[in-house]
Ligand binder design. Structure first.
Ligand code: SF4
Ligand code: SF4
Length: 109
């Protein structure tokens, strides 16, 4: 019987890497237009009090930093994980994939 074992694929060593270190391994091609948006900004400014879009985003794309209560969206940094779309309790997030060729690319070691 053969004792040969299959070679393991290379697994990048990301143990203890900070989120900033991990984000450093992704690259972006900037789109001209945002693939993210808000259906009804009044819902953000007058109804929503919890701002899940800001808390679930791993890349801090959504920020509650405006006086009118409508979150700002730094779409260029989006990792396309889709979390904001599902986290919004008012189904108020417009979400599409970026235009062809734009958006994020991941490097796995
Ligand atoms: S969670 Fe939804 S409704 Fe609330 S601020 Fe974000 S996009 Fe607006
Ligand atoms: S898709 Fe993910 S990374 Fe992009 S804005 Fe939404 S939560 Fe943030």
């Amino acid at each position: 019987m053969s004792t040969k074992t299959k070679p393991m694929p290379h697994v990048p060593d990301v143990e203890n890497a900070s989120m900033e270190d991990r984000l450093y391994t992704v690259t972006y091609r900037e789109a001209e237009e945002s693939h993210l948006g808000i259906e009804d900004t009044d819902v953000c400014s007058t109804t929503c009090t919890t701002y899940e879009c800001t808390s679930v985003c791993p890349a801090s794309v959504w920020k509650n930093d405006r006086e009118d209560g409508v979150p700002s969206i730094a779409f260029e940094n989006c990792l396309e994980c889709g979390s904001c779309r599902f986290a919004c309790p008012y189904d108020n997030v417009e979400w599409e994939y970026p235009e062809t060729g734009a958006g994020v690319s991941f490097r796995y070691g």
